[in-house]
Write a protein that binds this ligand. Sequence first.
Ligand code: ARG
Length: 457
Amino acid sequence: MSKLWGGRFTKPTDKLVEEYTSSIGFDVKLALQDIKGSLAHVDMLGKCKIIDENEAAQITEGLHKIQQKIENGEVEFSVADEDIHMNIEKLLIDEIGPVGGKLHTGRSRNDQVATDMHLYLKEKTQHFIQLVEAVQKSLTEQAEQHVETIIPGYTHLQRAQPVSFAHHLLAYFWMFERDKERLKDSLKRIDWSPLGAAALAGTPYPIDRKMAAETLGFEHVYPNSLDAVSDRDFILEFLSISSILITHISRLSEELILWSSQEFNFIELDDAFCTGSSIMPQKKNPDVPELLRGKTGRIYGNLMGLLTLLKGLPLAYNKDMQEDKEGMFDTVDTLDGALSLLAPMLSTMEVKSANMRQAVNEDYSNATDIADYLAVKGLPFRDAHSVIGQVVLYAINQEKFLLDLTLDEYKQFSELFEEDIYEKLAPDHVVAARASEGGTGFEQVKEQLSLAKNHLS
Ligand code: ARG
């Protein structure tokens, strides 16, 4: 079969070259965007009298037929036709005859492929905003149930101070809120139309770029044709936003894995989200959060891949840029799966409040509060810290927790201790006392929760 660009050539393309340079194996994912772009282009060509309006109508009809066939799975794409753009053009010419060849007037595959990618990422970004929000919704629903559930808070993975479990979950809510904001903000930069930049320099035809952009729902047109066809920043930005987002998913997954372990035993993931072992009958493995954590690597890799791909490229289009797609598609698919699983997994997890409470009862995470107790009574905090360090050491040696020490034992360390120390050390009091703005105090967490809910649409 002859190539659409075959005129200048005297030999057929080497078979290996054909396979090596072809992108149809993956850019087939852009088929519908490609048709959409072509429909807007041909409509503009007709309205601007660059081609006959009747011809434009025939091309439009042909494109609709091809779209139907693609949607019905009736089309076989060919490696010989290199990529999705030339495959569709070829199908069009087969469908409606030589007039189909007029579609490519005043454009190039360079602005065409860039347009397809803008359309694709715009749709995906809007989709991801919804998916992130579904995760946030699961978090707020769990948080709502667990404002008064107390869990040890950690630093260095050592018990630090008790916190409301809702507070812990809402920390992730705000991470995802920033991700959502970043996705929304990136739409501003995706919403530019490269169409009409043609190969690199624009075109002598009297095209109307704004008209085509408007049909496609783009807010702006790129003001520089070289930039329009060379820019892949919008993909880079998507990949970096995705990298930050998967980092959050990975950190949360790590906690779910830890909490599901027998050592923590704070939560149990629903059976539907776990798998078993082929040899150890007792096992219930948190495969889903493990994979979410594991998938982080490829998402970072895709970002590094594209950064490296672009760093030395001269203007304008270079074939290297065909390599921008697989990483992007992979990130889209990976993230789609991750977010779609995370939301129901969070909603269905069982929270073992009693175990969390027991953990808090059996640690020294109320030590700061005794230091604060002495500080309130006038001892400089630094001295109070040192006194309590000795109290804790004493308690550990006695195999007691701080609530188990008698008042006499406390008084050995400071005369400032009174009976009210016990009430101050109770976990509920310790949590409630952190009533500073954004703190874990129950009232503050309730306020935070309603603030969070206001961010959901
Ligand atoms: N398949 C190509 C890509 O994805 C389309 C653009 C080809 N342009 C060209 N001048 N060869 O980059």
